[in-house]
Design a protein around this ligand. Structure first.
Ligand SMILES: Cc1cc2nc3c(=O)[nH]c(=O)nc-3n(C[C@H](O)[C@H](O)[C@H](O)COP(=O)(O)OP(=O)(O)OC[C@H]3O[C@@H](n4cnc5c(N)ncnc54)[C@H](O)[C@@H]3O)c2cc1C
Length: 337
């Protein structure tokens, strides 16, 4: 499709276990910023079974329009069926930008869709912006082994398609007064034929980690000096009702399992509070925590890059500071019962 034929921003919503998955709302936060800049409509596209009741939630989180396909055959994710429906929708309504989450769903269906539409796809973006004059999506992601951040454009083809890391952005504040237009689509039976057969869903517990569920993260890096010192991080995290994260260097040292790694090749988080202890602040680490609400860093090097993304910084030896913090918090708990 050509640039001048297309208008509007679409986000690809996800349904899990019959419910709209929160990544759908995160995507609307990404899309809203771009749609406001371009002064165009933001839509959420959602495929599932028995989803009609929940669709208005998408307006409360920023959508102007919802395109939905509600069909029993969409109960489970079959990539060829979903891609076929998206292709039909895109060819009919011609959006200029499509954003999906870099979840297993997005990583599977978006490349198929890009190939079907003959357009580009930038995977795993950490930032999106638009050149308003040229109407070009600026898709930023780490490149060359994570050593540089590259901004990629799709100047000649439409739609411009990206996936963004889940949890890299928080959903917008819910606004129950927002409303919009629902377009319910249906397709003939041959659209639902698949070469795949859904057997079952099995969660990969090895990659599950409490850090993705927690609003408070206390993360340690190589500056912790030894795996045994991580006990202090667990103690502090417990006092703060949080979980323990880590830099890749700490994981590589075998001090903590990979499921706790934060960053480019680990988890992306946006907790309310992130404490980086003995972490230098390499770009690959920051890619996983930069959207935290409040960042506190403890580092003995006053010039450490982590201080550039911190709201509060403590310059000093973490191994001396952590016991003081833990003791102070214990005293407060005792005093306040
Ligand atoms: C493709 C690729 C992907 C990557 N993915 C990730 C990723 O997902 N996550 C990630 O974290 N990294 C990742 N990295 C690695 C990244 O580049 C850094 O090497 C890593 O983040 C460094 O970890 P660190 O900050 O713990 O260690 P260092 O860089 O060694 O920093 C240690 C810090 O501790 C401080 N320190 C030392 N002693 C003390 C003390 N007693 N008290 C207080 N502070 C002290 C030092 O001043 C220093 O700032 C990736 C790299 C590549 C190339």
């Amino acid at each position: 499709m050509l640039p001048n034929e297309c208008k509007g921003i679409w986000t690809i919503g996800e349904v899990r276990n019959g419910e709209i998955n929160p990544v759908s709302y995160e995507l609307l936060a990404w899309g809203r910023k771009l749609a406001d800049k371009l002064e165009i409509e933001l839509s959420s596209i959602i495929l599932g079974n028995g989803i009609k009741e929940e669709l208005t939630e998408l307006f409360h989180f920023g959508a102007d329009v919802v395109y939905a396909v509600d069909h029993a055959k969409l109960e489970h994710f079959l990539p060829d069926v979903h891609a076929r429906i998206y292709e039909a929708l895109v060819k009919e309504y011609k959006p200029e930008i499509i954003i999906a989450s870099a979840t297993t769903y997005g990583r599977t269906v978006m490349p198929i869709l890009a190939a079907k539409l003959g357009t580009g796809l930038t995977a795993d973006c950490t930032e999106l912006d638009v050149d308003v004059r040229e109407r070009i999506l600026l898709q930023t992601r780490p490149a060359i082994g994570g050593n540089v951040m590259a901004t990629i454009k799709t100047p000649a083809h439409r739609p411009q398609m990206s996936t963004v890391r889940p949890r890299a952005k928080k959903p917008l504040t819910i606004d129950n007064s927002r409303n919009g237009k629902i377009i319910l689509k249906s397709y003939p039976p041959e659209f639902y034929k698949s070469k795949y057969r859904w057997i079952s869903f099995e969660k990969d517990e090895s990659v599950a980690s409490p850090i993705q569920e927690s609003d408070v993260i206390v993360a340690g890096g190589k500056g912790m000096k030894d795996g045994g010192n991580f006990k202090m991080l667990y103690d502090l995290a417990k006092k703060l009702n949080g979980a323990v994260g880590a830099s890749r260097a700490a994981v590589d040292m075998g001090w903590i399992p990979y499921s706790h790694q934060v960053g480019l090749s680990g988890k992306t988080l946006s907790p309310r509070f992130y404490m980086a202890v003995g972490i230098s602040g390499a770009v690959q680490h920051i890619a996983g925590m930069s959207s935290s609400e409040v960042v506190v860093a403890i580092n003995k090097d006053p010039d450490a890059a982590i201080f550039k993304v911190s709201d509060f910084g403590i310059v000093g030896d973490a191994l001396e500071i952590l016991p003081v913090l833990i003791k102070k918090l214990s005293n407060e708990v005792n005093e306040n019962g």
